[in-house]
Design a protein around this ligand. Structure first.
Ligand code: AGP
Length: 603
């Protein structure tokens, strides 16, 4: 996710801006930039790669006296990580930085281009500054021009804008993406997308609400909400940087579980349309000669691939083969050029997955990457990439990346099904309706988390865990088992629920903990009888279901849903939180579990 900092006052601006961006590095980025306005002029500097490159570019620049500065670290969502696409973006006399996704940017860009505007970048952000300047050209006073600009924007945005037309003002707006206004006892004003850049500079903050916007002139703040001026209320700023980066959560993994509702929305933005799925990245990708799909991945990404295999065959009527990359590499696979080869990777650097991709390319297959890191090795090699927009994932145990992989693959199956006309328009629109409700399913309510925290004390010993499920809940069972294994170090296995009688049930006794995924929308009765088999042999059952299950030793009730994927995401959250809370009780390092690395770049 991108990072934003801003400052207005008499102090030297570059040092605050660069130090602030450094504090936001943990969010992940691939380019950065600043712009500083003083004495009516604006200087801007941008660099790709690490912040050190920007520091180098600005080493001879200083900005004393009164002035205004804005800074940005970019995590590419639209357009490659290049210097041109780095923020700030500018028009004739104004500069803007933006975090989020302008969902209607294409319509706005076409409208502005029809007025003869030439865009320099591939970003959605650039439309903001051109819209603003067009309103100014039409005669609007700068404040009104800014208000009219943000009124045209749809989507998620945290914006800072400066303009030579108002050399003592900084404009800001917040919707669905964090933005903070802060001040210190000297009256200096700061803005940032998180607490950490403000620590050591500011003493009190305002966490802006969605739809709030305004401007700071000299050191006077004017804050508005839906056109009405509101009285700003500051609160004290916590001064602990690390907890600031975790934004109050105990672990990055916990924060990332809670971020899923937002990052899944981000991943759908601009892709889920009223009655279709659109992937800008696939406009020139030819699917016509594709008769089958092969997917290669590792770990959690492999589990996402397994989930998608059910969806591809159900909706796109396309046969899918899913392979673990480390096995695929050495099995002398038969590769047919009429097969679409998909690789899934959070990091884009997993050695086995990268090698599998090379094999497919060498065999002449069309290749598509589903990846969370632009410009990674896998992204650079694949013929096309659909970026998940999970932002940087710090926890070694993948959570939000998995959620965005699933939502991306679900969208991809519908995109291909729409192209192949293997589902009716009505069915497609039903699926789109289900898709847009998923962020709600990912909302973690305090009661649920507290219940799981209390429950976790009962699952700290025993001789192992079965996670069981059917259909798409089987790969979810695998994923739940992996989450638990990798951060609690307890033994856990995922199984198809129907496999119990083929051997695993021999393990059933009171010390075997079974986490039973019992969705109502898919094969409930079949799954229920499998769980009853285990219960009859005294296995300890934790049932996760919208339907009460009397034989469960513990029960977590999920909500009544009409779509299996809604149940899938609700149960996914529960398995993630269960693993987290068991690991916490065992005193493990949740974010950096033993023996594991965030990206396995070696065989
Ligand atoms: C997931 O919790 C693990 N950290 C691990 O299995 C991971 O999914 C696997 O190493 C693949 O990584 P990638 O998605 O970056 O390719």
């Amino acid at each position: 996710m991108c990072g934003i900092v801003g400052y207005i006052g008499e102090s030297e601006k570059k040092s605050f801006l660069l130090a602030g961006l450094k504090e936001l590095e943990y969010r992940g980025y691939d380019s950065a930039g600043i712009a500083v306005m003083q004495n009516g002029d604006i200087q801007s500097f941008k660099a790709t790669g690490k912040l050190a490159n920007l520091v180098l570019k600005t080493q001879n620049f200083e900005s004393k006296e009164f002035g205004i500065g804005i800074g940005h670290t970019r995590w590419a969502t639209h357009g490659k990580p290049t210097e041109t696409n780095a923020h700030p973006h500018w028009g004739k006399y104004s500069f803007v930085v933006h975090n989020g996704i302008i969902e209607n940017y294409r319509e706005l860009k076409e409208e502005l281009q029809a007025d003869g505007l030439v865009f320099l970048s591939q970003t959605d952000t650039e439309v903001i500054v051109h819209l603003f300047e067009r309103f100014v050209t039409q005669g609007l006073e700068v404040r009104e021009a800014f208000v009219q600009t943000i009124a045209r924007l749809q989507g998620a945005y945290a914006i800072l804008l400066i303009t030579k037309k108002a050399p003592d003002m900084i404009f800001f707006s917040k919707n669905a993406v964090p933005l903070i206004v802060a001040q210190n006892t000297q009256g200096e004003k700061f803005l940032a997308s998180a607490d950490s850049p403000l620590i050591g500079y500011a003493h009190e903050v305002i966490y802006l609400e969605d739809g709030q916007y305004g401007w700071i002139q000299n050191n006077t703040l004017d804050l508005f909400e839906r056109g009405k001026k509101i009285v700003p209320t500051y609160k004290a700023l916590a001064q602990d940087k690390l907890s600031a980066q975790k934004e109050g959560y105990r672990y990055f993994m916990e924060k990332e579980i809670y971020e899923q509702t937002r990052v899944v929305s981000d991943t759908m933005m601009g892709r889920v349309r009223d009655n279709s799925i659109e992937f800008e990245e696939l406009q020139s990708f030819d699917f016509s000669n594709i008769h089958a799909i092969k997917i290669c991945a590792c770990g959690t990404s492999y589990h996402a691939a397994l989930v998608s295999s059910y969806l591809f065959e159900r909706f796109a009527k396309t046969t899918v083969q899913v392979e673990i990359a480390s096995e695929f590499r050495y099995k002398e696979p038969l590769l047919d050029p009429k097969t679409l080869f998909i690789v899934i990777s959070q990091s884009g650097e997993t050695a086995d997955t990268l090698e599998a991709l090379k094999m497919a390319k060498n065999a002449g297959l069309k290749t598509l990457a589903i990846c969370n890191v632009d410009n990674s090795s896998i992204v650079r090699l694949a013929d096309a990439t659909i970026l998940t927009r999970a932002g940087i994932e710090k926890g070694v145990a993948s959570t939000k990346a998995f959620a965005t992989q699933i939502i991306t693959l679900w969208m991809l199956t519908l995109f291909i099904a729409g192209m192949k006309k293997t589902i009716t328009q009505g069915k497609l629109e039903d699926e789109l309706q289900a898709l847009v409700k998923i962020p709600l399913c990912l909302h973690v309510n305090d009661f649920l988390h507290e219940k799981i925290r209390r429950l976790s004390k009962r699952y700290l010993h025993g001789h192992g865990f079965f996670f069981i499920g059917r259909d798409i809940f089987y790969p979810l069972a695998l994923e739940g088992a992996l989450k638990l294994k990798e951060i609690s170090y307890l033994h856990a296995e995922g199984y198809p629920a129907g496999e119990m009688k083929h051997g695993p049930i021999a393990l059933a006794d009171s010390e075997l903990f079974t986490i039973a995924l019992m969705p109502q929308t898919i094969l409930y009765e079949k799954t229920k009888s499998n769980v009853e088999e285990l219960s009859a042999r005294d296995a300890t059952i934790l049932a996760i279901s919208p339907v009460e299950f009397a034989l469960a030793d513990d029960f977590i009730k999920t909500s009544q849903q009409t779509h299996p994927m809604s149940e899938f995401f609700e149960m996914m959250i529960i398995t993630q939180l269960l693993a987290l809370e068991i690991s916490v009780r065992l005193g493990n390092d949740v974010d950096m579990p033993r023996n594991l690395a965030k990206s396995v770049t070696v065989e």
